[in-house]
Design a protein around this ligand. Structure first.
Ligand code: CU
Length: 153
């Protein structure tokens, strides 16, 4: 097969596989949800998540109730969630504990004053401070050196 046909096949497969997931989760009210992080990009530990909420026309929405839930793809991790009830100039801030480095999906759900709910998923790459922090084993007591010292003493 030529590479052109392969590319077409890949494109078709992706269309079939991705179409349901990429369907807009937003309802009739056009609301733009944006995200930024401090630090940017986020790293393991406590950081700040700032969610921007705007109408399609670009007006700030301050009176929504937001929930943010972070999940990682692998099993065995507790989701991290936060709730924010006040915005300022369309910005909602919350501290967020990135408990592990790697790929996260952040689900932002906004309940508007009209009672309508909009939500959107964001993929977030969280940088690890060291390779060890990816698997959350930073306790010095667990290192072989510490164990040996204890046995020797
Ligand atoms: Cu994890």
């Amino acid at each position: 097969m030529s590479s052109r046909i392969l590319w077409l096949l890949a494109a078709l497969l992706c269309l079939a596989a991705c179409a349901p997931a990429s369907a807009p989760t937003q309802s009739a009210t056009a609301v733009t949800i944006s995200l930024r992080f401090e630090p940017d990009p986020p790293t393991v530990g406590e950081g700040l998540v700032v969610i921007g909420l705007q109408t399609a026309a670009g007006a700030a929405i301050d009176n929504a109730r937001l929930t943010v839930e972070g999940n990682m793809a692998h099993a065995g991790m507790m989701p991290v969630s936060r709730e924010i009830t006040t915005g300022e100039n369309g910005e909602y801030r919350t501290t967020f504990d990135w408990s592990m480095g790697g790929e996260w999906v952040l689900t932002v759900r906004a309940e508007l004053s009209s009672g309508e709910t909009v939500s959107e998923d964001f993929n977030v790459s969280v940088g690890a401070i060291s390779s060890e922090s990816v698997i959350n084993q930073r306790t010095p007591e667990a290192t072989p050196e510490a164990t040996m010292q204890m046995q020797g003493g």
